[in-house]
Design a protein around this ligand. Structure first.
Ligand code: 5GP
Ligand code: MN
Length: 334
C-alpha cells in the first residue's frame, strides 16, 4: 500500500475528521472505524465515528464505542458535527448507498474523501481509494494504512484490540479469507500488547440466554436443507421476531451454522425484519454469492459472504431464492 505525499501532508496536521461505516455495522465496520480514530487522534485530529444504524451489543466493549454517533438516533447532532468536518473516511463499504441518508448528506459537503475497503467494485466516491477485495478485512487494510504511514509504533493495545476484532469477525475466527499477512499482523498486534484472548472472550462468550434459545429454534424448526442442491436455508418470520424479541445483532452469525453441514456449498438466512426482508448468503469455494445478491436482489458484498434486502413478502423472497437454485446447479455441485 502506498500513501501519496498529498494525503500524508493532509494527515500529519490536525484536521476535523469524520469516519463512516455501513448500516448494520459488524465487527469489521466498528473495529476499523475505532482503530482509525484512535490512530488519528495521536496526530491531534478531532475525530467522530458515525454509523447509519446501531451496532451489536457484544461490540460495546470496544474502546470509544459509546461515543459513536448513530444517524437513526442522533440525526441532528450528526448533521451539526458533519458540517464542521473537512476529511471524510469511508470504511468497509463501497457505495454511498450503504450509508443511506447520511450518504446523501455527505455527498454535498466540501472536504477530502478517503475510502478504505475490501468489497468488490468500489464506486468512485473518494479522492483516495484503498480498495483490496483480496484483503481479509478492512481492519487488515487499516493496519497496513498505518504501517504505510510509517506509524506501526502507534499501533497501541487500544488500536490493536479494534483491528483484531475486525480480523477475527470477518475471517470467522481465521476460518476463511485469511492470508499469510493477516497472521503476521496479528502476531505484531500481540507483540504490541493486544490481549487476543480477552478480545475473543468479549466477542464470543457474551451471549444472552435468549440468543442461544433462538439459535436452537432456528436449527430445530426453521432450517431447510436440499442435499441435491447442496444448499441450506434458515428463515425467520415477523412472529419469530416478536416471540424471541429479536433485536439488533441477535441473528448475527446464525447463517454460519449451515456451513458446518458436510457438503453444503451455499447457506442462506432470510428473515423478516420489522420493515424489510433481509437476505444473507454464504458460500464455500468458488460459488459467488455476491453475484447472486447483486443480480437478483440488488445487493452485494463479497464472493463468499453477501447480503441484500427485499420489499417482497418473506414467502415470496424464499420462493424466489428457491427458484433460482436450479440456475446455479452446475456451480453448486462442482
Ligand atoms: P451480512 O449478510 O452479514 O449482512 O452481510 C454480508 C456481506 O454483504 C457484508 O460484507 C455486507 O457489507 C454485504 N451486504 C449485506 N447486505 C448488503 C446489501 O444490501 N447491499 C450490499 N451492496 N452489500 C450488502
Ligand atoms: Mn468487512
Amino acid at each position: 500500500m502506498e500513501i501519496s505525499s498529498e494525503l500524508r501532508q493532509l494527515l500529519i496536521i490536525p484536521q476535523n475528521v469524520a469516519i463512516f461505516s455501513h448500516r448494520n455495522p459488524d465487527g469489521d465496520a466498528i473495529g476499523s472505524s475505532l482503530a482509525l480514530r484512535h490512530y488519528l487522534e495521536q496526530y491531534g485530529h478531532t475525530v467522530h465515528v458515525l454509523f447509519p444504524s446501531e451496532y451489536p451489543e457484544e461490540l460495546e466493549f470496544l474502546p470509544g464505542a459509546e461515543e459513536i454517533l448513530i444517524w437513526d438516533i442522533h440525526t441532528e447532532e450528526c448533521k451539526h458535527v458533519l458540517q464542521q468536518k473537512n476529511v471524510f473516511f469511508f470504511l468497509d463499504f463501497n457505495s454511498l448507498s450503504r450509508i443511506d441518508k447520511m450518504g446523501d448528506f455527505v455527498k454535498n459537503l466540501p472536504g477530502k474523501r478517503i475510502l478504505i475497503d475490501h468489497h468488490l467494485y468500489p464506486e468512485p466516491i473518494a479522492e483516495h481509494t484503498f480498495s483490496e477485495p483480496e484483503a481479509s478485512s478492512t481492519c487488515e487494510l487499516v493496519y497496513r494504512f498505518i504501517d504505510a504511514m510509517g506509524d506501526s509504533v502507534r499501533v497501541n493495545p487500544k488500536v490493536g484490540e479494534c483491528i483484531y476484532t475486525g480480523i477475527v469477525t470477518d475471517t470467522g475466527s481465521f476460518r476463511h479469507a485469511t492470508n499469510p499477512r493477516v497472521f503476521r499482523i496479528v502476531a505484531d498486534l500481540i507483540d504490541r500488547g493486544m490481549d487476543d484472548t480477552a478480545v475473543q472472550d468479549s466477542i464470543f462468550n457474551s451471549q444472552k440466554e435468549k440468543n442461544l434459545r433462538l439459535l436452537g429454534h432456528c436449527l430445530a424448526n426453521r432450517m431447510e436443507y436440499w442435499p441435491e442442491l447442496r444448499t441450506a436455508l434458515i428463515w425467520l418470520s415477523k412472529k419469530d421476531y416478536e416471540q424471541f424479541s429479536i433485536q439488533r445483532g441477535d441473528t448475527e452469525g446464525i447463517v454460519n451454522y449451515l456451513l458446518t453441514i458436510k457438503d453444503v456449498k451455499m447457506a442462506a438466512f432470510i428473515h423478516n425484519q420489522p420493515t424489510i426482508v433481509k437476505l444473507s448468503l454464504r458460500s464455500k469455494g468458488d460459488l459467488d454469492v455476491q453475484e447472486i445478491c447483486r443480480k437478483h436482489f440488488n445487493g452485494g458484498g463479497h464472493k463468499n459472504a453477501a447480503g441484500a434486502f427485499s420489499h417482497d413478502s418473506l414467502k415470496a423472497t424464499i420462493e424466489k431464492f428457491k427458484n433460482l437454485l436450479p440456475e446455479y446447479k452446475a456451480e453448486l455441485l462442482k
